[in-house]
Design a protein around this ligand. Structure first.
Ligand code: HEM
Length: 615
């Protein structure tokens, strides 16, 4: 194996690794990489995706930025142009985002679950775990002595907490190459996460081969490990009490033991992880029927490759177009209308994530509905449960047929509306019982500043070319009532935080998302395609799909996934990210297109055995 400096991406010698070992930073600061084989498929740890820069694409490698960072002295959040403090994150949240519950009529909960799962593929938990588990004390006197603590102040006149008396929301600084000890503390903070930057179903297969081998593989028939309980198939479960499912109640025993812990976190990630985990085995089983001569490794690798391709197909061609606009995505080169192969790979673009991308995705917190509604198979409403109380509570899914009812609810219940209004559970509770009080979106605003993002107007200009010089210029893309609040909150237009602008913008023409959100998100969506040597639409990647196989992948939908592996799903609307209606009626799964695995038929399996010829 070769060793690389995880930040610089350059090879380092053994003495340097020993130095890292001594300071206990090897795990984060060094990537150990087996020599690349250009003909090898996608590695679980993301390495060797780019043959020129083998460590890029692996975990613990740096983010890129669309615009360079801006900080105050000592890398503290920047101040207003006047030198005054910027408005408190919590004040901005309460003034710019209203709180309430307005049921959306367009998207289903399933669409929001899928977005959450898409985000989870590329970020990691440690920044949140830091203030929930390791530093729950930031709002106590002890927090004042810990420089990692950066809790958010709640003002006296807060619309909710003037009644509760609570004046502080727990939060810690994002982890960086500096805080972990890979780079000197006096350099500009560079965010570090443990996921691989490219979309590769990290939540299922993990980010490290060792974890996948130990926790995932059965080494038989290409299957992932699984358990059957009351007729349902589950990922393997933890066997000890010390597990991450902290909120499991005494009757709730299940907690997944997957290569990564993400599957046990938010309910959305959990559900999608169960489905894609099962889907791997479903695919492996179908491949084994078609190709009885394939061994475990061949079945596993092909099933994983197909599973990842289906995940990408659903996201790029079904989920994103209904939010960002199909024509917009075609025009901006994110998707192709051709139906055939597409190859825009460029080895000079490194597989990296922009820091702005997962940050912009946080806007979707406004579209999260707080009550998870449950239905039976006939579509009768049964009950509801606060989704924020399901975080780190996998056990709830496995009791009282809850997973069946939640699955049915996922494509029947609408998401929250896109309307500048957020659900009270997101803004006042957020982490359920894990914190006394938490406002996810106040944290989003505060993180905006700790990531050192340039002002909103700079991004606006970078995205759309036109400078924004005054509050009056905002009327072109923000409604007057919201410009008025911005004027009230900020001294100057150039003080407006990036997220504040995204929160209040009108949607992009042809789509339903804020225009700057669109710009920051598609930048990454395109980079994913350009920088991923193993991108599923490429004809020139190792073990590429044939055009017939790709055609099967392109037929796939989220409805098919649920028909194949969703509990009790026998009927569903064909476009299940959208609410059922007259043009999208709930129909039998027999009528939802499925994949013909014969496209993967390996003719060599049918060859008569060698002794046949010699007779
Ligand atoms: C039950 C619903 C949800 C809860 C309870 C929740 C909670 C949280 C929390 C606590 C954080 C960390 C906040 C911090 O920085 O301190 C976070 C971050 C984030 N959330 Fe959510 N969220 C939910 C739904 C969603 C949805 C629907 C999306 C859709 C894309 C999403 C995407 C993200 C992203 C991208 C981040 C940033 C992660 C990172 O950069 O590390 N979340 N969420």
């Amino acid at each position: 194996a070769l060793f690389y400096d995880s930040y610089q991406g350059v090879p380092i010698d053994v003495s340097e690794v020993k130095r890292r070992d001594k300071s206990n930073t090897t795990f984060w600061c060094v990537n150990e990489i087996q020599p690349c084989d250009p003909l090898e498929g996608r590695r679980v740890d993301g390495s060797c995706n780019n043959l020129k820069y083998p460590s890029r694409g692996a975990s613990h490698t740096p983010f890129t930025r669309i615009l360079p960072p801006i900080y105050d002295k000592d890398f503290e959040p920047k101040k207003a142009a006047s030198g005054n403090e910027l408005p408190l994150p919590r004040s901005l949240r309460t003034r710019l985002i209203s709180v309430g519950k307005v049921p959306g009529q367009r998207y289903t909960q399933l669409a929001i679950h899928a977005f959450t799962f898409l985000s989870a593929d590329v970020v990691s938990l440690h920044d949140t775990v830091n203030y929930i588990l390791w530093r729950p004390y930031c709002c106590t006197p002890k927090g004042k002595t810990d420089s990692v603590c950066v809790p958010n102040k709640i003002p006296e006149d807060d619309p909710v907490h003037r009644f509760s008396g609570i004046r502080c929301l727990n939060m810690t600084r994002p982890e960086s190459f500096q805080s972990i000890g890979c780079l000197p503390k006096d350099t500009t903070p560079e965010r570090i996460v443990s996921s691989t930057p490219l979309l590769d179903l990290s939540t299922i297969y993990g980010n490290f081969m060792k974890n996948l081998q130990e926790k995932g593989r059965t080494f038989q028939g290409g299957l992932l490990r699984y358990e059957v309980e009351e007729g349902r198939i589950w990922p393997p479960s933890t066997k000890t009490k010390a597990n991450i499912c902290l909120l499991n109640q005494p009757n709730e025993k299940r907690c997944h033991d997957m290569p990564e812990d993400g599957g046990n976190t938010l309910a959305a990630i959990n559900l999608m992880a169960v489905w894609f985990w099962r889907n791997h085995n479903f695919i492996a089983g179908e491949l084994a029927k078609v190709n009885p001569c394939w061994d475990d490794q061949k079945l596993f690798d092909t099933a994983r490759d197909i599973n990842i391709a289906l995940f990408l197909q659903i996201n790029y061609y079904e989920l994103l177009p209904i939010f960002l606009g199909y024509d917009n995505l075609v025009q901006d080169g994110v998707i192709t209308p051709s139906g055939g192969f597409r190859d825009i790979y460029n080895e000079n673009v490194q597989p990296q994530l922009s820091l702005e991308y997962p940050f912009a995705l946080r806007w979707l917190h406004t579209v999260q509905e707080g009550s998870l509604k449950m239905y039976d198979q006939e579509g009768n409403y049964l009950k509801q449960f606060p989704i924020v109380n399901l975080t780190l509570r996998t056990g709830y899914l496995a009791v009282d047929n809850n997973i069946d009812y939640i699955t049915q609810g996922s494509f029947r219940q609408g998401s929250a509306n896109i309307d500048y209004i957020a659900d009270p559970d997101i803004t006042e509770q957020g982490l359920g019982p894990h914190q006394r009080v938490s406002d996810v979106m106040t944290n989003d605003m505060a993180k905006n500043r700790y990531f050192g993002f340039q002002p909103y107007v700079k991004y606006r200009e970078a995205c759309f070319g036109k400078p924004v010089r005054s509050f009056n210029d905002l009327y072109y893309f923000i409604d007057p009532e919201r410009v008025e609040v911005l004027r009230e909150m900020y001294e100057k237009v150039e003080d407006i935080d990036l997220l504040a602008g995204i929160w209040v913008e009108r949607p992009i023409s042809g789509g339903f998302v804020p225009s700057t959100f669109y710009c920051l998100v598609i930048d990454q969506l395109r980079r994913n395609v350009v920088s991923d040597r193993h991108w599923y639409e490429r004809p020139n990647r190792p073990n590429a799909f044939t055009i017939y196989q790709l055609a099967e992948i392109r037929n796939y939908t989220i409805a098919r996934l649920l028909c194949d592996v969703g509990d009790t799903v026998t009927r569903i609307q064909p476009r299940a990210f959208l609410k059922a209606g007259i043009y999208n009626q709930i129909d039998s799964c027999f009528n939802i297109p499925s994949i013909q695995y014969l496209a993967w038929k390996d003719l060599t399996c049918d060859q008569p055995p060698y002794w046949f010829h010699s007779q």
